[in-house]
Design a protein around this ligand. Structure first.
Ligand code: PNS
Length: 164
């Protein structure tokens, strides 16, 4: 059985992330979407809420492959997460050349720490290439419409951040 972990902040999960989950499920038997508990970054949504939103979004919008997807939180190193789940691959999405430099460094460093784990990149769909969680947060914080950018499950929680 082929297992991959897909780590990220997912603050919030976007349609671009879901696209990567869907395509990763076409390549791996099982995909563990792992929300980083990052105390330094002070996310707008709690880790538990981010997990709940991703689970709901996968169940609603990727129903046919939902059983292949596990959603969890993690702390510490991604390579330790991969080892814990006996995953041979780390999945990441690439939107544009601007993502490449940091992703390349991360992939090399992860490989240095865990040569048995490879990073597999999915080129984000062109329709999502402009999309980022930080842009979604900014639009939502000013009460803008993010319906086209995130799964339905995220909408009520993003509406809440504009009223904070
Ligand atoms: O969604 P993001 O914020 O781009 O995800 C970044 C993430 C979670 C993949 C990255 O920060 C990470 O792997 N953090 C865990 C700590 C770690 O393993 N660091 C070493 C990578 S060089």
């Amino acid at each position: 059985m082929t297992v991959a972990v897909y780590p990220g902040s997912f603050d919030p999960v976007t349609r671009g992330h879901l696209d990567v989950v869907q395509r990763a499920c076409g390549v791996f038997d099982s995909v563990v979407v792992a929300v980083l508990i990052n105390t330094r970054k002070s996310p707008v949504l709690s880790a538990e809420l981010r997990v709940r939103i991703i689970r709901e979004a996968v169940d609603e919008e990727l129903a046919t492959i939902a059983s292949q997807v596990e959603v969890t939180t993690f702390e510490g190193l991604t390579v330790d997460l991969a080892r814990k789940h006996e995953a041979g691959s780390i999945v990441r999405g690439l939107r544009a050349v601007s993502d490449f430099e940091s992703e390349q460094a991360m992939a090399h460093l992860n490989r240095e720490m865990a040569p048995e784990v490879d990073t597999v990149f999915f080129m984000t769909g062109l329709e999502h290439a402009y999309l980022s969680s930080s842009m979604v947060r900014e639009i939502a914080s000013f009460g803008g419409d993010v319906t086209a950018l995130v799964p339905r499950a995220a909408l009520p929680h993003l509406a809440e951040i504009s009223s904070r």
